[in-house]
Design a protein around this ligand. Structure first.
Ligand SMILES: *[C@@H]1O[C@H](CO)[C@@H](O)[C@H](O)[C@H]1NC(C)=O
Ligand SMILES: *[C@@H]1O[C@H](CO)[C@@H](O)[C@H](O)[C@H]1NC(C)=O
Ligand SMILES: *[C@@H]1O[C@H](CO)[C@@H](O)[C@H](O)[C@H]1NC(C)=O
Length: 293
């Protein structure tokens, strides 16, 4: 009787060990960590080390692209009427209100654009204190053990401007975004020499927090190959050293370190079939695509 119970206990221990090992193995293999954690993927940057996740929900969001397509768009009034207005990196509103609007509820910023914000900290963190910031970057820049150069700079800002709501995309959420890219393209993001763009992280965040999304100024994946496309600068707020389509093509074919802007647009078009996403200025014809193979 006693020995039988002992056997049972052994069996339970062995089973549990195998189970734990299995969970551990599947967790550390990036390809199986496809669990979307919603807004738990955005952690606050605060000096008091309290773990807080982003809490933001909007019925209707305007996602305003930084594209040169916004030049002369005259959509400022329409954009400002949306529940939340989302912008990217250092895209300014001052002086461009008529085209892109003046409100910024949320700004998604890449690690490479952080120095641009800090250079103008009084504008971004003092005058725009009601904007929520979400920063994304690779582990080497965003690690929180004192060795993350960009994280350290952001922590300094968070300490200096405690009223500003600052968040970072967690390592797990970044891995999730990589796995979404792999799932959608069949290609490993890193092995194929691609970097996800700020637009990609912004679309994922918008789908996490908005019931419906109006995207302004994004071109579709076929736009640049159409014969009659208009020529627009890469960004609405910068002189056009290189136009948008040339920049997109250069990145799409870069062997290493390119943003696959065109591939990403094809992915958004698929998302639009099961999320409430509408593309305006230029308008995307998603109806036609449904009949494509
Ligand atoms: C800061 O940004 C604002 C808005 O884009 C701009 O008008 C201003 O000139 C910038 N200031 C500096 C010092 O770059
Ligand atoms: C992977 O792709 C399929 C087909 O497009 C989609 O239904 C599924 O939601 C995707 N999963 C993730 C985690 O992206
Ligand atoms: C460009 O051509 C397409 C079809 O060839 C047409 O649907 C579209 O309206 C044209 N766009 C412009 C700006 O002329």
């Amino acid at each position: 009787m006693k020995s039988q119970r002992f056997h049972w206990i052994c069996l339970v221990i062995v089973t549990l060990s195998v189970l734990l090992w299995y969970v551990h193995m599947t967790r550390s293999d990036g390809s199986t960590s496809m669990v979307n954690m919603g807004l738990q993927g955005y952690l606050s940057i605060t000096p008091d080390r309290m773990e807080q996740f982003l809490k933001m929900h909007c019925r209707q969001c305007a996602l305003v692209s930084s594209s040169g397509q916004m030049q002369g768009a005259g959509l400022g009034e329409e954009i400002d009427q949306m529940g939340c207005v989302i912008r990217m990196n250092n895209a300014p509103t001052l002086g461009y209100e008529r085209d892109v609007g003046s409100r910024t509820s949320l700004r998604v910023v890449s690690h490479t654009s952080v120095p641009l914000l800090i250079k103008n900290e009084s504008y971004y963190f003092r005058h725009s204190a009601d904007t929520t910031y979400v920063f994304w970057g690779p582990e080497r820049n965003m690690r929180q053990d004192g060795k993350g150069r960009v994280f350290n700079a952001l922590m300094k800002m968070a300490t200096k401007y405690p009223q500003v709501k600052m968040y970072m995309v967690t390592r797990e959420k970044i891995q999730y975004c990589d796995s979404v890219f792999q799932n959608e393209t069949g290609k490993n993001r890193m092995n194929s020499g691609a970097f996800l763009s700020t637009g990609f992280f912004t679309m994922i965040l918008a789908m996490d927090m908005c019931d419906s999304i109006h995207v302004y100024g994004m071109i579709d994946d076929n736009y640049c190959s159409r014969a009659n496309h208009s020529v627009a600068p890469y960004h609405y707020y910068e002189g056009s050293r290189m136009d948008e389509c040339r920049m997109y093509r250069m990145h799409e074919h870069a062997r290493r370190g390119g943003h696959r802007f065109i591939t990403e647009k094809a992915i958004y078009a698929r998302w639009a079939s099961h999320h409430r996403v509408e593309f305006k200025h230029p308008t995307w014809n998603l109806q036609e695509r449904k009949h494509d193979p």
